[in-house]
Design a protein around this ligand. Structure first.
Ligand code: WTA
Length: 641
């Protein structure tokens, strides 16, 4: 029986029927903006441009677009061509003339217990002031600005200030370290860098400014550094280069009046670096127009947002999840969001549940790794808190195993909150495969593509895989929030995403589609490793290792890990004169932590004399993985010896 039919039969009973199908309760269906998924899916697939035009009409434009989609230069699609807008116009400016003016935009909690909140009115003031500071520092439309901060409210403020004046922000996740930061600054050629003195994490201080100082020794690009004081620990301030945020904001240059720059729909809004197959991380480019429309529509329909919600996305603003669904989409819909600075288990494993209870969070959006991590401590922790305010849950970043799904559903959602398992990528900008609240759920499946979108699973020859057969996941229809290109490298955009199956977007993931048309994501098929939901590249880990004087060659692979999803395992060939000791292995792990970031520290370092390579010298990671997992090595006819 088709799921649609089952849904109708079991409609509104809130219970699961059969082994593994979960229906929305009558309450969920009652409040849902999309009550009939099938009807909207039918309508939107017949008239996709009509669907997107209608969503765009709900937003504010300085000038209306001439055409919704221009595909004449595909795969370089353009959306809302001729339209003029600015994402800040929709995220802030529009609300100032409505009941939302004094509504809270953000509620912030520091790991140390500090609390702040900010209304849309105050957010506008802070953003305008900082936008004027940036202008005074010489930042102009189209200039890149790197932002490297902990999870403080000034991070979204800095992003919005850039967007407001048409500058392009490039946020580098605060958990990255010296070389990761350096390479991203170098590629973007940012002249201004915004950072913090430090960040609180797990009861300790991450010394962000110290990392900045090291990274800046490796590049001459940055002329000015703005430092937001969070921890108050003493830091080095370089004369003529480094300025305190609070001092600049107290100067007359920081006027609270700033005109929002009118941008073309296709003008770039931000760069976001992400790990791919080869060498250096690449920056995906997202725009003001299409990106706004895509994230707005998906956020509204998938989380069923209304003005009463208190929404909490527990990700970091430094990744795409944070860009789209902590900062921009929640603000565009006038939502009140919670931002929490620190670790989920500090000081105790109930920290998150206390936050839900305290602020009456209605929607919690997080990653499977966090759920698995908290599950370990047992249900007593969430059970001691009042989680009755929750009405919807979300998951993102990696496949959620059914066991974690059920734990989340039962112990956090109390068997009444549907889980929105959203599959998407830095490249897609917005949710792609996702349920909406009325869709019957299967634990571990993101259900089906969002309205207007089509996805397929193909075999190596481009044939559609049979039901339940594993293959490559591709997207066959364009969508407004799609990345427009790889910054400064359009050829790489074409070769990475549009060449394997010409005309189709290659996701880098493997998946299968079941008999109900539900998609099941299996994992990456390229050299990307998802560690605790964080996206890392084998090449980055390898080059961090090779930058150590003891290392001649290195190979990194991902192997399954109970909590992290995947863990990094590495194989190292030492230079002559170095001994393979435990001590050296530990030193190398630390070295990767310092160069790339603590999240990239290898789980295991194995010293080897040789690495399996193709005759052209490429490391065969597939073979290393197969060996580590005790699986057949497959075709090794191309191996060197
Ligand atoms: C994985 C994160 C299964 C996938 C938004 C994708 C997922 C990569 C899911 C992109 C999900 C993300 N189920 N896998 N719900 N969401 N992924 O660019 O492998 O950091 O290709 O974007 O994360 O990672 P990125």
């Amino acid at each position: 029986m088709m799921v649609e039919q089952l849904a109708r039969n079991g409609k509104g009973n809130g219970t699961k029927e059969g082994a593994d199908l979960y229906y929305p309760s009558a309450d969920v269906v009652e409040r849902a903006q999309v009550k009939d998924w099938n009807a909207l899916a039918d309508f939107s697939s017949k008239d996709p441009m009509g669907f997107w035009a209608a969503r765009a009409e709900e937003l504010g434009w300085y000038q209306k677009w001439d055409s919704v989609l221009d595909d004449s230069g595909k795969p370089f699609y353009k959306w809302f061509v001729g339209g003029k807008t600015n994402i800040v116009h929709n995220a802030i400016d529009r609300h100032l003339h409505t009941h939302r003016k004094n509504k809270l935009a953000f509620i912030w909690q520091g790991e140390d217990g500090a609390e702040r909140s900010m209304s849309y009115f105050s957010l506008n003031r802070e953003v305008s002031k900082f936008a004027n500071v940036l202008k005074a520092l010489g930042v102009r439309k189209g200039d890149r600005v790197t932002i490297y901060m902990g999870r403080v409210m000034e991070l979204p403020i800095a992003m919005l200030a850039c967007a407001k004046i048409g500058a392009i922000h490039s946020v580098v996740y605060g958990g990255f370290s010296v070389e990761a930061l350096h390479s991203r600054i170098e590629d973007s050629q940012s002249r201004v860098l915004i950072t913090c003195d430090g960040a609180f994490l797990n009861g300790k201080v991450v010394e962000l400014k110290g990392i900045v100082d090291e990274a800046l020794k490796r590049t001459a690009a940055v002329e000015t550094v703005v430092v937001y004081r969070r921890t108050g620990k003493p830091v080095h301030m370089e004369e003529g280069r480094d300025y305190w945020w609070h001092e600049l904001m107290a100067l007359p240059i920081a006027s609270p009046k700033c005109e929002t720059e009118k941008m073309d729909a296709e003008d770039p809004l931000f760069l976001l670096y992400t790990s791919g197959t080869t060498g250096t991380p690449k920056a995906l480019v997202h725009t003001h127009g299409g990106y706004s429309v895509g994230i707005y529509a998906t956020f509204k329909y998938v989380f069923d947002i209304t003005d009463e919600d208190r929404y909490w996305c527990a990700a970091d603003p430094g990744w795409i999840t944070g860009h789209s669904y902590i900062v921009y989409a929640p603000l565009m819909t006038g939502t009140t969001s919670v931002i929490y600075e620190g670790a989920p288990t500090y000081p105790y494993p109930d920290r998150w549940w206390r936050i839900v209870e305290k602020y009456g969070v209605t929607i919690l959006y997080t990653a499977p790794t966090a759920i698995r991590g908290l599950m370990r401590f047992g249900e007593a922790w969430p059970n001691r808190c009042d989680l009755s305010s929750l009405r919807l849950l979300g998951s993102v970043g990696e496949p959620i195993n059914p066991e974690a799904w059920r734990w989340y559903y039962k112990n956090i959602g109390k068997d009444r909150c549907p889980i929105m398992d959203t599959w998407w990528q830095t490249e897609t900008g917005m949710f792609m495969i996702t349920p909406t609240p009325v869709v019957p759920l299967k634990p571990g499946s993101g259900t089906r593509p969002f309205f207007t979108l089509r996805a397929e699973v193909l075999d190596d020859h481009g044939r559609t895989a049979a039901p339940n057969e594993e293959g490559f996941l591709v997207l066959t229809t364009p969508w407004p929030a799609m990345a427009r290109t790889v910054y400064k490298d359009p050829d790489r955009y074409v070769s990475t995403y549009w060449t394997k199956y010409p005309g189709k977007y290659f996701t880098g993931d493997s998946a299968r589609v079941d008999e109900d048309g539900y998609f099941w994501i299996i994992g990456r098929v390229d050299d990307v490793i998802k560690v605790s939901g964080y996206r890392l590249g084998t090449a980055e880990v390898e080059s961090a290792l090779v930058s150590h004087p003891a290392v001649a060659e290195a190979a990194a692979i991902g192997l399954p890990h109970e909590i992290k999803g995947n863990a990094i395992h590495t194989y190292v060939i030492l230079r002559s004169g170095f001994e393979p000791t435990e001590k050296l292995a530990e030193e190398l792990r630390q070295h990767v932590g310092v160069e790339l970031g603590p999240i990239a520290k290898p789980e295991k370092i194995e010293f080897v004399a040789k690495l399996p390579k193709t005759r052209s010298g490429k490391i065969m990671r597939r073979v290393l993985r197969a060996r580590a997992l005790g699986m057949p090595e497959g075709d090794i006819s191309t191996i060197e010896d």
